[in-house]
Write a protein that binds this ligand. Structure first.
Ligand code: DAH
Length: 347
């Protein structure tokens, strides 16, 4: 038998080598390398096709036939391998993305109300039960509303009680208290009776410290009508304080002075930290100052449009930050607007 032409032997050997190489392939990338080497333009199989013309005539058909067989065998093997490689890649991907559904879930982070929003809402709720509605007034006020109409004329020494931020427009200020809203509410509702609370930010040009901030809330209380007396004020404010702190907290009224009320008083609650015995929170006095109050001054009633001979009213002003500090034992007022989440998340 004639010896097998070398080219055919080479092609058969190539098939053996290629299949052996393919059996090592595990990844897509390696498969591409393999394809280039064994089925690419300069692979032995492809070169065999282009060499057909140079082969002795009698073996040309055989070379073509064998080259074709080898090529088809390699392609079939490659396709099978491609499926395996793809499946392996998929399995690997799935394994790497494995979910352990038995793990406890992670709680989604959700925001919460600012401590002052909560305290303000508590205050609104309590007053709403007593028939007071919320009246919104403006943060930027005229000197006239912030002072003059509240019986605090220019150069009056009582102006020293409020260190004021003046804004660029002459005669305009950032309100130093919520009291100017009293005039706005009265002018809007006159001659109807009024029961409102006026919450809002107030601003004072002060040295910032643990006790004082340049911006803080106030809630103003105003009731105007016929036959409103000092006892109505006392009853209303006591009712409020008892609902806010606790049902049997004791209160007291101390004489005080505000230009827009006459008589004026300061309401104290019995220190709920020490129960009135005296402690650092109440500075040993057993009492905590909670708000200023009094009967609306006749001049202020008049400025609001109400005849003081017929109408009377009471007013009060409190600082919800101070109330919060007492309720939650917060030692520094700067925490409220410092935006430190470690503080905010506690409420
Ligand atoms: N406006 C006062 C202040 O900022 C607080 C105040 C005191 C308001 C007595 C009142 C009041 O309505 O009757 O210090």
């Amino acid at each position: 038998m004639a010896e097998k032409p070398q080219i055919l032997a080479e092609l058969e050997q190539e098939q053996v080598n290629a299949l052996a190489g393919l059996s090592m392939v595990q990844e897509e990338e390696a498969l591409q390398v393999w394809k280039r080497e064994y089925l690419g333009k300069s692979s032995k199989v492809m070169l065999a096709f282009s060499s057909i013309g140079q082969q002795p005539k009698e073996i040309r058909p055989l070379v073509g036939q064998v080259a074709n067989q080898v090529k088809q065998a390699l392609e079939a093997a490659m396709d099978a391998c491609a499926v395996t490689v793809h499946e392996a890649a998929l399995a690997h991907k799935l394994a790497s993305e494995k979910l352990d559904i038995t793990l406890p879930g992670r709680r989604p982070v959700s925001g919460g109300l600012h401590v002052q929003t909560s305290v303000l809402r508590r205050i609104y709720d309590i007053f709403a039960e007593m028939g007071f509605q919320v009246y919104r007034s403006c943060d930027v006020e005229s000197d006239e509303y912030n002072f003059e109409l509240l019986n605090i004329p220019a150069h009056h020494p009582a102006r020293d009680m409020w260190d004021t931020f003046h804004v660029a427009s002459p005669g305009m200020v950032l309100r130093t208290h919520t009291s100017p809203g009293q005039i706005r509410a009265m002018r809007q509702y006159c001659p109807e009776p009024i029961r409102v609370i006026l919450p809002g930010m107030c601003y004072r040009y002060e040295q910032i410290s643990a006790r004082s901030e340049i911006q803080f809330h106030q809630v103003e209380v105003l009731a105007v009508g016929k036959n409103i007396t000092f006892s109505d004020m006392k009853g209303t404010l006591n009712g409020f304080v008892r609902r806010l702190f606790n049902a049997d907290v004791r209160t007291r009224l101390r004489p005080s002075y505000f230009p827009f009320t006459e008589p004026s008083a300061e309401m104290d609650v019995e220190c709920f930290v020490c129960g009135g015995k005296g402690c650092p929170v109440c500075k040993g006095s057993g009492w905590l100052e909670i708000m200023g109050c009094g009967m609306v001054h006749p001049t202020v009633l008049l400025n609001g449009g109400y005849d003081p001979e017929i109408y009377s009213g009471f007013a009060a002003g409190m600082g919800p930050e101070r109330i919060s500090m007492l309720l939650h034992k917060i030692e520094d007022i700067r925490y409220f607007w410092g935006n430190d989440v470690r503080f905010l998340e506690q409420f």
